[in-house]
Design a protein around this ligand. Sequence first.
Ligand SMILES: Cc1cc2nc3c(=O)[nH]c(=O)nc-3n(C[C@H](O)[C@H](O)[C@H](O)COP(=O)(O)OP(=O)(O)OC[C@H]3O[C@@H](n4cnc5c(N)ncnc54)[C@H](O)[C@@H]3O)c2cc1C
Length: 359
Amino acid sequence: MNAPVSFEALDAWLDANADALDVDQSRAPEILPQLVRSGAAAVGVPEALGGTGGTIADAIDTIAAVAQRSLTAAFVLWGHRTFIEYVLQSDNEALRARWLPPLLAGEIAGATGLSNAMKYLSDIEPLQMHAARKGNAFMLNGSLPWITNLRREGFIAAAAFDHNDGSPPSIFAIWHNVPGVERSDDLDLTGLRASNTAALRLTDTVLDDTYRLAANAPAWLARVRPAFLGLQCGMSIGLAQRALLATLDASKASRESIRAEIHELEAKLAEQTAQLKRGVLDDTFFNTPATMFELRIALVDTVTHAVSLEVQATGGRGYLRGQSGVARRVREASFIPIVTPSLVQLKTQLAQHRRIAAA
Ligand SMILES: Cc1cc2nc3c(=O)[nH]c(=O)nc-3n(C[C@H](O)[C@H](O)[C@H](O)COP(=O)(O)OP(=O)(O)OC[C@H]3O[C@@H](n4cnc5c(N)ncnc54)[C@H](O)[C@@H]3O)c2cc1C
């Protein structure tokens, strides 16, 4: 019987520490153990594989619940849970058997360095990591500027590599403990500072096939993208839910004039949340990625609008330190459009689809 999911203690810890997690890098070691202890990282993982069961939609709800309290913790959970999803969806059974148990136990942090791969698939930039055959293994070189959840205590990170022998790009899981793997100091972020976000450099790192998540990156990425994006949208949903809930803390008078707007946005958010979970579960987003891109763009608008309503309802109190979470949420909301696939990228892709369809 797997450990039950219990968010009460996690919620209390997040409420007490959300501001510190946003501004203080030294709090980074605490987040993953808190998430794992609550069972949050095991949601949507089959019980037979050591999880607590449920579906990817339950995992999205879990990220949303954490994002209601702290986007830093939600982003860490996103990185960790998304890496777990890669392991679940990999054809590499040896890799799954070796890494799933320590990931679920929080003994190692999962990280996803696939922004570069997603941008590569959209023709925005070349792959920045390179693999060359070396006997039965591969020699890996390159660097990635941004990866979250690179825990100093131990991490394993997914990254895409091109190959010099004409074979398609593939995805490797990079273990921190292998020669040639170097994590930079934490990046000097304006927020989300306890997220263990750093750059990763590989110099002549040798890994064999037991570390390969996928031999054909484009095909595999298309398969995991709905889960990747769905879990990511969980952050938008949680943040918007919390901003709307926070309007209830405002005085009746200040809330009254924007009440209709709040109710309208609540209904829209509920519909978007349902659409997201449906689309991930019934393969709509796999079959028609454009519908998922449109929803991600719409959710960014919802977050922006929700936080704006919270600012309006809270008034001057929101500008006083320690009186509300408004200022932090405004900063958290500004991260949502830039995380890959970014809004600019998605709008460009949709415009391309439309041009091709029109031609
Ligand atoms: C706190 C933080 C944590 C992060 N964690 C991770 C992580 O864990 N894993 C990870 O892989 N990445 C991570 N990233 C990177 C993130 O997902 C984005 O890739 C990054 O912020 C955008 O890259 P850039 O600013 O270098 O974009 P730039 O390349 O400078 O581009 C600026 C914007 O324009 C868009 N753009 C650029 N060229 C084109 C084009 N030709 N067509 C259409 N759109 C274009 C980009 O998508 C971006 O929105 C993180 C970033 C931050 C800020």
